[in-house]
Design a binder for this molecule. Structure first.
Ligand SMILES: C[S@@+](CC[C@H](N)C(=O)[O-])C[C@H]1O[C@@H](n2cnc3c(N)ncnc32)[C@H](O)[C@@H]1O
Length: 350
């Protein structure tokens, strides 16, 4: 996630007031911060977890609707019997969750209509936030001790828990969800609603035909090159959403490793949002990678913007770079500090 202040800073200096769009919206930081500042906003992401969280934040139900839904679900869950466990993951689930917790998780996994129902999507997003984390420090996680930011691999997790004598905590899922719901509504959500699509940036325009030529600000961060694989790193949350949960690295599974192919991907993404862009647009991009030099990043963005949008592109500021610090996930793995570098650029398109 990029920080809220990143979006705040760029909205404050923009002279435009059209729609703010994020084609790789992740957890929806751009959309949510824009709504707080009373700007119309929308975005998309291909990742189900990102979509669920971003859409829940941008278009929340009423607090009371969530409470009512939780009461009904809790009542139904008492008569739920889980089907046989998937053989490959059975051992992992036995050590990850206490049995009653696991059955509640399985029940919600089967029952929540997160794609189509706003209240269910919000409950699913609460579950995704509580599904795993540092449960030895907080009573609000369902799982055995795990990083919050990434789902560690099943075999590695089981080994780690056994070596460290970690038992799954007895957690009451519905009580945690009620607490998290109260916490989320402590600050009033923005009155304006944002739109989020579960879609590829390369097809973004077809998800938002009503926004044609209305976008004046793009504030975004494409998937980083040579770093994470979102599908693999979030496999347990994807499992919860009933999506394909890839727990092993495979070639061609979405990680960007080749700079030339990455540039083509960026070009196709800009082409995908081109029909949404107003005659003048400000495009702010945070781009990163393990071996992505500043000049290389600027050229890749500049060239891809020109060929993808067929517009005249100029650099609005000279850009800045920063080194990404030690992440929570790496600390858990005992890895050395991540060498990932981030570069920020702002372009003007006419
Ligand atoms: C660096 S993250 C963006 C994080 C976001 N700025 C936030 O604050 O949460 C990049 C995002 O791009 C998404 N992504 C990867 N390929 C995509 C594609 N083809 N179309 C749309 N989104 C994509 C990933 O799922 C990930 O959420």
């Amino acid at each position: 996630m990029f920080p809220e202040t990143f979006v705040e800073k760029h909205l404050a200096v923009s002279k435009f007031d059209g729609v703010v769009f994020d084609p790789y919206c992740g957890r929806g930081t751009t959309i949510f911060e824009s709504l707080i500042r009373e700007r119309e906003s929308a975005g998309c992401d291909v990742h189900a977890v990102a979509y669920c969280v971003a859409a829940a934040k941008s278009d929340p139900p009423a607090h009371s609707d969530v409470l009512e839904r939780l009461s009904n679900l809790e009542r139904e869950s008492r008569s739920y019997t889980a089907a046989e466990d998937d053989h490959e993951l059975a051992e992992f689930f036995q050590v990850c969750f206490a049995r009653p917790t696991y059955y509640q998780v399985r029940f919600l996994r089967e029952r929540l209509a997160w794609r189509t129902d706003r209240t269910d999507r919000f409950v699913a997003a609460l579950c995704l936030g509580a599904l795993h984390g540092e449960s030895h420090r907080s009573p609000n996680y369902f799982s055995n001790r795990m990083p919050r930011t990434i789902s560690t691999k099943p075999a590695y997790s089981v080994r780690w828990w056994r070596e460290h004598g970690c038992e799954p905590p007895a957690r009451e899922v519905f009580s945690i969800l009620r607490r998290m719901n109260d916490y989320r509504f402590r600050t009033r959500p923005p009155d304006a609603r944002g739109e989020v699509a579960l879609a590829d940036a390369r097809d973004a325009a077809s998800s938002f035909p009503h926004l044609a030529e209305k976008v004046t600000d793009v504030i975004t961060s494409p998937p980083y090159i040579d770093t994470t694989n979102y599908r693999e790193d979030q496999w347990l949350r994807l499992w919860f959403l009933g999506e394909e949960a890839t727990t092993r690295h495979r070639s061609g599974d979405g990680r960007h490793c080749n700079l030339e192919r990455y540039k083509s991907f960026l070009t196709e993404s800009w082409a995908g949002i081109a029909p949404l862009l107003a005659p003048e647009v400000r495009i702010v991009v945070r781009i990163g990678g393990r071996r992505l030099a500043f000049d290389e990043a600027r050229t890749a963005l500049w060239d891809s913007l020109e060929s993808g949008t067929k517009r005249c592109v100029e650099l609005a500021d000279s850009g800045v770079s920063s080194l990404v610090g030690r992440s929570q996930a790496n600390a858990f793995r005992g890895a050395r500090p991540s060498p990932t570098v981030e570069h920020d650029f702002c372009f003007l398109l006419r």
